[in-house]
Write a protein that binds this ligand. Structure first.
Ligand code: GLU
Length: 483
């Protein structure tokens, strides 16, 4: 059988990075197995599932460039890939009937209150709760009668009595579960809809899934799913449960740790390649420990046996660093094409916008930071002076400012070479180090203490503006010095 994997997100929220990490490992393992990859939308929770979340997931996967061979938009042989559509088509009904008639499933008639009381009693005795199987004792006639009377019901899977269920996990080895601790679980809800555990087994079987890669939070579902495969007499797929993603405090990663959805990372100006690269290293590493990996390298080097069991810590600083490395590899042309949609409308009016963008391209870590860096070019003399007044100025700074003021007064042309000459002149005449000259020049001409390449930056501020700034600065330092 040709290997086949699937990514099966639930559209109950925007595409988050934990899901993307699962999608990446499915995608990359599928490539190394020469398998096909299915996208399935698991929306059996009709209340929490929303179209807008499905759209967000699809858009995010598209933006990341993770492609699928089958899915809602590429159906194979008339297959439906949204569980809600499969419910409408009654796709699960024959399988429910099959389990009921083979005695592997049964109707359960206890009310919520009765079940809560059972659960409470187990808790009071300090024992793990397993359903009492009260409904299992009803005769077929009693069951029919209750159904005819409209008594509310669910359908439970009948767990084998004394079995050891072994989950063979590619990453974790064998994990054993005693069936007697696994309560008979609900496979059809009171509204007639299948639960996740049931739908996933039917879907994986019908879709021909051979390998299941998902987060470790699903490990406890796996023995239940295996029991259903066994009840149907179906082949069990290979399982690989990926390590949990943790925040820096080693608790499960959440928004609280600053983790965002993929669309938010995109809107902040992260690149899809950087996100894929970073997330692929959460729980996996290539043999040589290399960190910057193109998609091709990731595909070449991927080996499922190198996935760890230990939780992987998500580090925004590292992701941001990696994004900067990817930005650095882009040509000027590519940077301009990527960045324009991030520039604030009010900064779009700047003269020489492209040159200004390129003067700060090496500084930005994410595309949206362009606005912070372009700010230096959007100041008028008053904005500049307000910033300057807040800066610390030393005696040595004043000497440089005086030198610059006098030298610039002579100039009628202002470009990168005049800025360079000015700096070199100051270094030589004042016998100061480069840093001691550049810092006061930046402060007295931009109002910042640090920023982009100073030569490129100053050359992009008009000469008359530089002159006006130095004029004000000099007056200010003289008046504060004499006070
Ligand atoms: N729909 C499940 C989720 O989003 C995935 C289930 C699975 O991969 O089996 O967590």
């Amino acid at each position: 059988m040709k290997p086949k994997l699937r990514f099966a997100p639930s559209p109950t929220g925007n595409l988050h990075i934990g899901s993307v990490r699962t999608a990446i490992f499915n995608w990359v393992w599928a490539q190394s197995l020469d398998a096909s990859l299915v996208l399935r939308i698991e929306d059996t929770d009709l209340e929490r599932s929303k179209k807008e979340f499905e759209d967000n997931i699809m858009e995010g996967l598209d933006w990341l460039g993770l492609s699928f061979d089958e899915g809602p938009h590429q159906p194979l042989n008339g297959m439906k890939y949204r569980q809600s559509e499969r419910i409408n088509d009654q796709a699960y009904q024959p399988y429910i009937d099959q389990l009921l008639s083979s005695g592997n499933a049964y109707y359960c008639f206890e009310t919520d209150d009765e079940l809560t009381a059972e659960r409470q009693a187990a808790e009071d005795q300090g024992i793990p709760y397993v359903y009492s199987r009260k409904s299992l004792s009803y005769s077929p006639d009693e069951v029919t009668k209750k159904l005819d009377n409209g008594t509310p019901w669910t359908i439970r899977f009948r767990v084998p009595d004394h079995a050891m269920i072994i989950v063979k996990d590619v990453i974790r080895g064998d994990i054993s579960f005693e069936s007697k601790l696994l309560s008979d679980f609900i496979i059809v809800r009171s509204d007639g809809n299948p639960t996740y555990n049931f739908a996933v087994v039917v879907d994986d079987h019908e879709m021909g899934i051979t390998h299941v890669v998902r987060g470790e939070d699903h490990i406890s579902n796996t023995p239940r799913q295996i029991m259903m495969y066994d009840a149907f007499g179906w082949d069990v797929p290979q399982f690989a449960h990926l390590p949990i993603i943790l925040g820096p405090d080693r608790s499960k990663l959440s928004k609280r740790h600053g983790a965002k959805s993929v669309s938010e990372y995109r809107d902040d100006g992260f690149l899809a390649d950087a996100l894929i690269n970073y997330l692929s290293l959460l729980g996996w590493s290539p043999p040589d420990g290399k960190e910057l990996l193109s998609r091709e390298e990731l595909n070449d080097l991927f080996d499922i046996s190198r996935i760890n069991k230990a939780g992987a810590v998500f580090d925004t600083v590292k992701l941001t660093w990696m994004n900067k490395q990817y930005l650095a590899k882009k040509s000027d042309h590519e940077i301009l094409a990527l960045i324009h949609s991030f520039v604030d409308p009010k900064l779009k009016k700047l003269s020489d916008l492209d040159r200004k963008i390129l003067s700060v391209r090496d500084n930005i870590e994410t595309l949206s930071q362009i606005n912070d860096y372009l700010d230096v070019y959007s100041r008028d003399t008053t904005d500049f002076f307000n910033k300057f007044q807040a800066l610390p100025i030393t005696e040595s700074d004043i000497k440089v400012i005086e030198y610059a003021h006098a030298a610039i007064a002579q100039l009628s042309k202002w470009d990168a070479s005049s800025v360079t000459e000015l700096m070199e002149g100051a270094i030589e005449s004042l016998s100061l180090g480069k840093g001691k000259v550049m810092k006061p020049m930046r402060k007295s001409m931009t109002g910042d203490e640090s920023g982009p390449n100073l030569i490129d930056c100053l050359a992009l501020i008009p000469l008359n503006e530089i002159k006006a700034r130095l004029e004000l600065v000099l007056k200010h330092v003289n008046s504060t010095a004499s006070n």
